[in-house]
Design a protein around this ligand. Structure first.
Ligand SMILES: *[C@@H]1O[C@H](CO)[C@@H](O)[C@H](O)[C@H]1NC(C)=O
Ligand SMILES: *[C@@H]1O[C@H](CO)[C@@H](O)[C@H](O)[C@H]1NC(C)=O
Ligand SMILES: *[C@@H]1O[C@H](CO)[C@@H](O)[C@H](O)[C@H]1NC(C)=O
Ligand SMILES: *[C@@H]1O[C@H](CO)[C@@H](O)[C@H](O)[C@H]1NC(C)=O
Ligand SMILES: *[C@@H]1O[C@H](CO)[C@@H](O)[C@H](O)[C@H]1NC(C)=O
Ligand SMILES: *[C@@H]1O[C@H](CO)[C@@H](O)[C@H](O)[C@H]1NC(C)=O
Length: 810
């Protein structure tokens, strides 16, 4: 009955497939338990004589539902680290770190955020000691925390939930020093979205610049006499506000957010200034202070995105043109200072990156001589929503006066096709705020490398890129922060909960440097004994899947093998049922990371085949660009090739294959159950793209329907008024064109507030399946957007996916 009890024979697991994996290795857990822990016996108290079951389940299923939900909760409660900072210790010995951590709070349907500190003492290159504070402290209502450069002050920002003011707090090591309320008439919420977001202290720690929502535009006011002229501030009950002009937003995730604009706050007086000299049509983000120059006004450097011709969806889409700008700001030392700047001309923002279609994440080197930034020009120029990024540098003028004719130097160019084992290109969308080693010209960053994420060191003067995390570890490495020339990272795999590692740069005698990685024990990723034990029965490896029709590949890079992660859950000697997992995008990647929901599915007895079909990030530009124009065929065939690969190796039971995917992965899921109806016994689709011809008119990224269906050409064909011919092509490329063949019982998880793939796409497809007598189940989350990740929704989604799959795959 219970899926879990079938694990009793898991002991016979042997490393059957280590020899089948062509490159990387399989991770085995040396500690296979000798007996099954008692915790596996699930609570299965009967529902008694109750005839009606909640959630539309029959009696058996309800029991499954109850037992799985208990296990899923244990996975859900595992914490994650969002950020970390390191401070020089006051005693001068060692350093101190603060970790910002979050944990889903199911009952409140929010993330609980807390802070945990540790003092670090590096005993030697082989020994580091983290002394953790006894308890974490919850950060209720805090949106952002940013320490000052010297580490003596901490800025805490609390965004309002409604129309109340934004709160800025300045903390010292002992107490709250200052507190300011910034009214809505000055600006709205401070951006804390990880994209437009930018908060920067100046060097003498008197000013902070940041990005916040512009104040609401004035709306027309009417009263019993009709329209009221001029601006009124009164809130009388004898008048009402009209709507005024509709203002376009940045689409998915940004619903209701007003234009991002830069501000400067004087943290002594609390006075806030809006930065002037920026065109109205620019949305501003990622603002930083340029290095100070004695005697002249300071500059800010920021990223600007133009609203012309319209704002297309920007979340997950790096192909929106953007440029770096520098703008002069007064020192704001006195009230009169601002009016000292006589000519407004002088204040106009300077475009620093006119020769390149994309520039973002500006970072100055510690000496202020270099300005380094990322570019997604490959993505902007091709129309693919993500592509291989490049890294560039501007030598900052010594007089501190930037100009638009500044030369842009390439540091890491776009990699089209890498030789085997070589750097596949830069897949990184942000940097730490202080990414520099003490040499002042080497940055540490995380970047995707095939299905893994690795740590790179980049010498920005020489353009030298080194992978400093161990080669072929198969793990996912994420840099959290630097501790002088040491690196604090988080490391995980699909079957290993994250842990912290401490990397030390060691000089080797023979004139080479290398990195030594030390394990750090921490209380942060604690998980239950049951979870730990279930995971110890699961193994994972990375498969290389040769491309089937190499003759179709116009470019060398497109003919190279792609990868799939194989997580093996083996029961008896018989292969476990298989879940094929497909990521969205399509220009995204399933990394070899610990995923609570996937670890849950593997621990209830499913093997997972997580396919990074061509078009995924991390494999070079030629492989990525081979997909646009061929969606629904090349990607579908890659997935089928990967399935055949594991079938040929005898790793899975061909009669028990299931598929799940979100967004473009949902597009592939519904394509697969339509194109190869006999292959799959069940399916799950989260906010799937089912019908591009209906999506094009309502999504925030109609351009993608063109690029996906026509290839890079689609960028020029794109119009807001699709022709009948366009719609026919979209229809033919879509899963909807295969719906008459579908047999697999399918569950749909839909977010009603999704602006990327509006809910009507999934709903209409689900209704059409039902009409054809295919078993379908729909769960609609009224308040979720494209990723269904609010704690309760994520929980209910994966619980139902688990139960649905168990039902059709006994
Ligand atoms: C700055 O340069 C970029 C890149 O060429 C361009 O797209 C943008 O329109 C320019 N900005 C302004 C305000 O001219
Ligand atoms: C440098 O020394 C290390 C051992 O300390 C050795 O593994 C490595 O191969 C040497 N490198 C070169 C280039 O000689
Ligand atoms: C050490 O290696 C660097 C290049 O990696 C080279 O420029 C330098 O001359 C070498 N130094 C010695 C002492 O061999
Ligand atoms: C860190 O832990 C891993 C796995 O537990 C182990 O294989 C490795 O040897 C440890 N590394 C060090 C430097 O102790
Ligand atoms: C682009 O890549 C980022 C990760 O770098 C990912 O979060 C996002 O979903 C990707 N977008 C698309 C459209 O693939
Ligand atoms: C697909 O989209 C077209 C164009 O909007 C629409 O006419 C058709 O009804 C849709 N079909 C389904 C089943 O979603």
């Amino acid at each position: 009955m219970s899926s879990i009890s079938s694990f009793s024979s898991v002991l016979s697991f042997v490393l059957v497939f280590s020899s089948l994996v062509l490159t990387l290795q399989v991770h085995s857990h040396s500690s296979l338990h000798k007996t099954l822990p008692a915790v596996l016996a699930m609570d299965s108290s009967k529902a008694g004589s109750v005839k009606e079951f909640r959630a539309g389940l029959d009696e058996d299923t309800e029991e499954e539902y109850a037992s799985q939900s208990k296990l899923l909760q244990e996975f859900t409660s595992i914490s994650s680290i969002d950020k970390a900072w390191v401070f020089k210790s006051k005693s001068g010995i060692g350093s101190q770190a603060m970790f910002s951590i979050s944990q889903p709070n199911l009952l409140a349907n929010k993330k609980r955020k807390y802070m945990l500190s540790s003092s670090i003492s590096k005993v030697s290159n082989n020994n580091v000691n983290f002394q953790w504070a006894p308890f974490p402290v919850e950060m209720t209502g805090v949106s952002i925390t940013i320490p000052s450069p010297s580490g003596s002050k901490l800025l805490v920002i609390r965004n309002p939930e409604n129309e109340s003011p934004t709160q800025f707090e300045i903390w010292s090591s002992s107490q709250l020093e200052k507190e300011f309320q910034i009214p809505q008439s000055t600006h709205g919420s401070v951006y804390a979205d990880g994209w437009f977001e930018g908060i920067s202290w100046n060097s003498d720690e008197s000013l902070v610049t940041y990005v916040a929502e512009e104040p609401s535009p004035c709306k027309p006011t009417f009263n019993y006499q009709g329209y009221k002229k001029g601006v009124t501030k009164d809130k009388e009950c004898t008048s009402w506000k009209g709507q005024g002009d509709w203002e376009e937003e940045w689409g998915e995730f940004y619903a209701g957010k007003r234009q991002p604009a830069p501000f400067v706050i004087n943290i002594n007086s609390g006075k806030v200034h809006a930065v002037r000299g920026i065109e109205k049509s620019l949305s501003v983000g990622q603002v930083v202070w340029a290095p100070p120059v004695e005697g002249i006004d300071q500059y800010l450097v920021f990223v600007g995105w133009s609203a012309n011709p319209r704002k297309l969806g920007i979340k997950y889409c790096q192909n929106r043109p953007c440029a770096l700008y520098a703008v002069k700001v007064p020192l704001y030392k006195s009230e009169a200072a601002e009016s000292d700047l006589k000519s407004l001309e002088e204040l106009n923002a300077v475009n620093l990156t006119q020769s390149i279609s994309s520039a973002f994440v500006p970072r100055f080197s510690p000496d202020g001589k270099l300005l380094v930034f990322l570019s997604a020009k490959a993505s902007v120029d091709s129309g693919a929503h993500n592509a291989t990024n490049s890294l560039h540098r501007i030598d900052w003028p010594a007089d501190g006066k930037p100009s638009s004719s500044t030369k842009i130097i390439d540091v890491i160019p776009v990699v089209n096709c890498a030789e085997d084992g070589q750097f596949p290109g830069l897949y990184c969308s942000s940097f730490l705020s202080k990414p520099w080693l003490s040499d002042g010209c080497t940055m540490i960053l995380s970047s995707y490398w095939h299905s893994c994420q690795v740590i790179l060191s980049v010498n920005v003067l020489r353009g030298e890129v080194l992978r400093i995390s161990p080669a072929d570890s198969g793990f996912l490495w994420t840099v959290l922060t630097l501790d002088e020339d040491n690196v604090i990272v988080v490391c995980s795999s699909p079957v290993d909960v994250p842990n912290i590692k401490y990397g030390c740069l060691v000089d080797k005698a023979n004139n080479t440097t290398g990195w030594h990685w030390l394990n750090v024990s921490s209380p942060i990723f604690k998980c239950s004994e049951k979870v730990r034990s279930l995971l110890s029965y699961v193994q994972f490896g990375i498969l290389q899947i040769p491309v089937k029709d190499v003759s179709d590949c116009l470019k060398k890079g497109a003919a190279k093998a792609f990868e799939a992660l194989f997580v093996s859950s083996k029961v008896n000697d018989a292969p476990a049922p298989l879940i094929v997992v497909l990521h969205g995008g399509p220009h995204d990647v399933s990394l070899s990371t610990f995923s609570k929901s996937l670890a849950f599915l593997s621990s209830i007895g499913f093997s997972l085949l997580i396919v990074n079909y061509r078009g995924s990030l991390g494999f070079g530009e030629e492989a990525l660009q081979s997909l646009p124009g061929k969606v629904g065929s090349q990607d579908v065939n890659d997935v089928l090739t990967a399935i055949d690969h594991v079938l040929e190796k005898g790793l899975v039971d061909p009669s028990k294959i299931i598929v799940v995917g979100n967004s473009h992965g949902g597009f592939l899921t519904t394509h697969l159950i339509g194109q190869t109806p006999h292959k799959f016994v069940a399916a799950a689709a989260l906010n799937p793209v089912c019908n591009l011809s209906s999506m094009v008119g309502i999504t925030d990224i109609p351009d993608w329907c063109y690029v996906g269906s026509y290839g890079t050409n689609g960028k020029t064909i794109f119009t807001e008024a699709p022709t009948a011919e366009h719609l026919t092509r979209f229809y033919n490329k879509s899963p909807i064109s295969h719906i008459s063949k579908v047999k697999a019982p399918t569950i749909f998880l839909l977010g009603a507030q999704d602006l990327r793939v509006p809910v009507s796409n999934g709903l209409q497809y689900a209704r059409a399946l039902k009409e054809r007598g295919v078993e379908t189940k729909v769960i609609l989350f009224p308040n979720d957007i494209h990723p269904i990740e609010r704690p309760q929704s994520d929980f209910e989604s994966f619980l139902n996916i688990g139960v649905w799959f168990k039902k059709y795959c006994k």
